[in-house]
Design a protein around this ligand. Structure first.
Ligand SMILES: [Zn+2]
Length: 495
């Protein structure tokens, strides 16, 4: 019998861009194996070399995690629906959390001006004076002042959260302005912390903004986080996401989590005392490069606005102690379909962090855990660069020299067609990464091939693929077309 499988955006490229496919099988495992059989390019994204389902891929059968059913042996029936939810970057009453989250609220006093400012909160019984005092007593840490951090900061400051800490060390770039509404055009080149602080104090001079100009690391995370009641994770890289998760679980603090990719968002509240943590959901990060970052995959500017506002909503509900939180639930938002889905999350009893026999008792090396080499590019709010070990590289200067010398090099661009329309290196041939397995015969392994993408991540994967396919004379263009534009040909636009 045929089962409908829903594929996430990130995996559709490997299945002829389809959103849903219909696959035969009697169990979840059989259906997934048949899926990989039909679309071989999907296989390495779903299964490890040993043939097990990868840890960063979660599978839901009719909205239930298959780990809570019988795993891959779970039988399927006609009409069932399988959903694959990779890492992209309930209903527990929150009152207990709120009580801890805003410890000293009873002594808090609201001035006449504050009573005026917050009057639309105060006239709702669900917030009232007590809720507003809890907000004023609260200390919330935003990790990142980027796309998610912008609506978070603006709404939390406007709502009267007494102390808002912000961790960031990036400067504002032109390409940030399409979504990072905390920052203005005249802020380009300035530290994000500076423009964020100025903007938020403008929104509400009555709240305290505490800038933390640092890169969050195992060495400083516990020290920084312990001063706060709630942490809101707005990062877009895996090392920082696991770091924030682990630090929150070790300190016993709620972590209001969100991530975005292109047109899709995920939101949850991880509180290891009451429910699962991020590791229960995704025990291991995807290998570097497999899941593109927003810098590589793009993101619709308004999406972090919506998803960050949902995050701010969860923070505020948590602080005032009202409603049901997304503890034990993962909210999925699909902007193109305008669809929200909620999936149940279970605490994993074998979780190395919050399970029955935890093995993680302190912070670890997250760059190593996520398989990325340490480099200044791994910034909070920045993108993770991908430097695959063992991938032969060529610099833009050397490529230029060799092209000028009239050498016969085949230049292959593995970006998407809409990126190729923005800019290209003269003479390059477009073969998008997802199409490479089917179009590899178009390339001649006797020729010398230089592969490039935007920054070098996707092309590193392409080089690895080609090497496995027997190509010996293939190199990755270090820094991609971005480096080419900056260092060789300034007439090529960067994006
Ligand atoms: Zn856990």
């Amino acid at each position: 019998m045929a089962i409908e499988i829903h594929l996430p955006t990130a995996l559709r490229a490997y299945a002829e861009k389809q959103e849903k496919v219909s696959i035969e099988g009697k169990t979840v495992g059989e259906v997934l194996r048949n899926l990989a059989g039909q679309y071989p390019a999907l296989s390495k994204h779903l299964f490890s070399e040993e043939g097990n389902l990868r840890n960063f891929v979660n599978v839901y059968l009719n909205e239930e995690d298959i780990r809570g059913l019988s795993g891959k042996d779970t039988p399927v029936r006609s009409g069932d629906r399988l959903m694959i939810v990779p890492s992209i970057a309930g209903g527990t009453p929150p009152s207990g959390v709120a009580r801890e989250a805003s410890g000293a609220w009873e002594e808090v006093v609201l001035s006449q001006e504050e009573i005026q400012r917050y009057s639309r909160h105060l006239i709702m019984p669900e917030v009232g004076m007590q809720g507003q005092k809890r907000l004023k007593a609260a200390r919330v840490l935003l990790v990142g002042a980027g796309g998610l951090g912008s609506p978070l900061g603006l709404y939390l400051a406007a709502a009267g959260v007494g102390r808002i800490g912000i961790v960031d060390f990036d400067t504002v770039e032109f390409s940030n302005l399409q979504r990072q509404v905390l920052h203005a055009t005249q802020d380009v080149g300035r530290p994000k912390l500076e423009s964020a602080q100025m903007r938020l104090q403008g929104v509400n001079p009555g709240v305290e903004i505490v800038p933390h100009e640092l890169r969050l690391s195992s060495a400083n995370a516990l020290e920084v986080l312990k001063e706060y009641d709630v942490v809101a994770d707005g990062t877009d890289n895996f090392p920082t996401r696991y770091l924030v998760n682990d630090a929150c679980a070790l300190l016993g603090k709620p972590n209001v989590y969100a991530s975005i990719f292109r047109f899709e968002g995920q939101v949850s509240v991880f509180d290891a005392r009451l429910g699962p943590c991020y590791r229960c959901l995704y025990p291991e990060p995807p290998p570097p490069g497999l899941v593109p970052s927003c810098a590589e995959g793009g993101v619709l500017g308004v999406l972090p606005g919506i998803v960050g506002a949902l995050q701010a909503l969860e923070v505020i509900k948590l602080l005032v102690g009202q409603g049901e939180l997304l503890i034990g639930q993962l909210l999925l938002f699909d902007a193109l379909k305008m669809e929200f889905k909620k999936l149940k999350l279970r605490k994993d009893p074998g979780c190395p962090l919050c399970g029955k026999n935890p093995t993680i008792r302190g912070l670890i090396d997250y760059e190593e855990f996520c398989g990325v080499a340490s480099s200044p590019q791994h910034s909070v709010g920045g993108s993770v660069s991908v430097e695959e070990a063992g991938v032969p590289e060529i610099s833009v200067q050397e490529l230029k020299k060799r092209l000028d010398g009239g050498e016969d090099l085949v230049l292959v661009d593995v970006r998407e067609p809409h990126e190729y329309e923005i800019c290209k290196i003269q003479g390059s041939r477009l073969i998008p990464l997802g199409e490479l397995p089917d179009r590899v015969h178009e390339l001649n392994c006797a020729e010398e091939i230089v592969v490039h993408c935007r920054m070098g991540g996707r092309s590193a994967q392409a080089v690895q693929f080609l090497m496995q396919a027997g190509f010996r004379k293939v190199k990755n263009l270090k820094g991609g077309i971005d480096a080419w534009a900056r260092e060789i040909d300034p007439s090529v636009p960067t994006y």
